[in-house]
Design a protein around this ligand. Structure first.
Ligand SMILES: Cc1cc2nc3c(=O)[nH]c(=O)nc-3n(C[C@H](O)[C@H](O)[C@H](O)COP(=O)(O)O)c2cc1C
Length: 220
């Protein structure tokens, strides 16, 4: 039975989530008959179809980017639609991948705790959560900057194929420390004074015609 992966990035196929999960799948399917099916939540909003896929699977991985310290709306929508399956016997084993823009894994720990509870409420065996910070920008990085990251996701896939679990050693490799070091924080503060830390985000605001709206408070 194929491993079912739900990709919860609103960027769909062109996402960082895809780049990481492609590596995971390459490791998972290397040298064996394993198969993995990826379903992009941005395209498969049919809640009944998703629920069917979910309940028929043996192993499910839900992978998504951290959005405002939680998950994108399409992921929340997907999760809420699983409510009828709560406590049903025969639910799949369930694991998660959460990757974020900020470098510190600390940002993802709250949603990780939520996901663990979610698996319990659904009555799914919890396989764990792969957490990785500092992922925004990997699409623009040269290969030598992403090699190690991609190799670790590949190795996580190889390990998952063998043991149906996430390797705790590899998880530690992805998150060697919870917060930025004193040195990195200091460098960041200095860069902040130059305005360089905002450059990337400002570029996106302008590209998306949102620059003039950046201080809007629609709910105020
Ligand atoms: C609307 C929005 C909200 C975000 N919120 C957070 C956040 O709270 N913390 C964080 O570390 N990164 C945040 N990010 C950055 C994404 O998690 C990061 O860019 C991720 O790699 C995007 O993955 P994707 O390409 O798979 O969608 C946010 C990005 C967007 C677009």
């Amino acid at each position: 039975m194929p491993l079912i992966i739900f990709n919860g990035s609103p960027r769909g196929k062109n996402s960082n989530t895809t780049l990481l999960m492609d590596q995971f799948i390459a490791g998972y399917t290397h040298g064996n008959d394993n198969q993995a099916q990826v379903h992009y939540l941005i395209h498969t909003k049919d809640a009944d179809k998703n629920m069917e896929l979910f309940q028929d699977a043996e192993n499910v991985i839900l992978a998504f980017p951290l959005y405002t310290d939680a998950m994108p709306g399409i992921v929340k929508h997907f999760i809420e639609a699983l409510q009828p399956l709560c406590g049903r016997s025969g639910n799949p084993r369930l694991g998660f991948v959460v990757q974020s823009g900020f470098p510190e894994p600390h940002h993802c720990r709250f949603v990780e705790a939520y996901l663990q509870k979610l698996a319990k409420r659904l009555g799914c065996e919890y396989l764990g959560t792969i957490v990785k910070g500092g992922v925004e920008g990997i699409q623009m990085m040269p290969p030598n900057m992403t090699r190690k990251l991609f190799k670790t996701f590949y190795d996580l896939g190889v390990f998952f194929a063998k043991y149906n679990a996430f390797s705790s050693e590899l998880l530690r490799e992805l998150t060697p420390r919870e917060n930025m070091s004193w040195l990195r924080r200091t460098i960041f503060r200095i860069l902040n004074l130059t305005g360089l830390t905002n450059f990337y985000w400002n570029m996106h605001l302008k590209k998306n015609n949102a620059w003039d709206k950046r201080f809007d408070r629609p709910f105020a």
